[in-house]
Design a protein around this ligand. Structure first.
Ligand SMILES: [Zn+2]
Length: 212
């Protein structure tokens, strides 16, 4: 149980996918997603290093249900790299849905990391695409900057935040998920599975109140 956290120089806050399509009226709206925007804006003021991630798919991406005949959104299929949930079309490159929420204001963010650009591989994690082999380059950025602790916030807790936390931890970073700065999709028990997974990985879920 983490009681208190003091933000330090070696910390990075990774703000995951706070984009219009995941927010209210978006194509893949995460329930109550808009609530985290103000929380994350305040949280980011505590960190000198902030990375924003942006889901950034080409049209016809393999994770879109519309790309597959006779498939519906939220079904699971098996692709060349394993299981893949099919999603409504979302965060298509250059569209308004792919833009950050207009109230997200983190001007000191040093990096915008785009992911999911390969048409045939989805990328939940900010570190590796869903084949778990194709790197996004974020690991090199964090290591070269000498950062040691990773804090995660954003959308959605049970997908992109979860897998980003897993990969950060497995790459050797002390990793924390700030749960009240996240919202979940929750399909097929994904929130419970995420909590179990993060506990197994020794990734604490903390609240913003933990910061001194
Ligand atoms: Zn996506």
């Amino acid at each position: 149980m983490v009681e208190r956290v003091v933000a330090a120089e070696g910390d990075v806050l990774i703000v995951v996918d706070v984009q219009n399509d995941f927010c209210e009226n978006g194509n893949l709206a995460v329930p109550r997603a808009d609530e985290v925007v103000a929380v994350i804006n305040r949280l980011a003021e505590r960190f000198s290093t902030v990375v924003l991630t942006q889901d950034w798919h080409p049209p016809g991406h393999l994770s879109f249900a519309s790309t597959h005949s006779e498939r519906r959104a939220y079904e699971t299929i098996t692709l060349h790299y394993g299981e893949q949930v099919l999603w409504p079309d979302h965060c298509v490159q250059g569209t308004p849905g792919a833009e950050f929420h207009k109230l997200l204001q983190i001007p000191h963010a040093g990096l915008v990391l785009r992911k999911g650009m390969h048409r045939t591989i989805d990328s939940y994690s900010a570190f590796y695409e869903n084949d778990r082999r194709t790197p996004t380059g974020l690991l090199g950025y964090l290591r070269e900057r000498g950062l040691t602790r990773v804090f995660l916030a954003g959308l959605a807790f049970d997908f992109c935040v979860h897998y980003s936390a897993r990969d950060a931890r497995q790459a050797g970073f002390s990793t924390f998920v700030i749960e009240d700065a996240c919202r979940s999709i929750d399909i097929g028990g994904s929130v419970d599975a995420t909590r179990r997974s993060l506990a197994d990985l020794h990734v604490p879920c903390i609240g913003t109140q933990a910061f001194i």
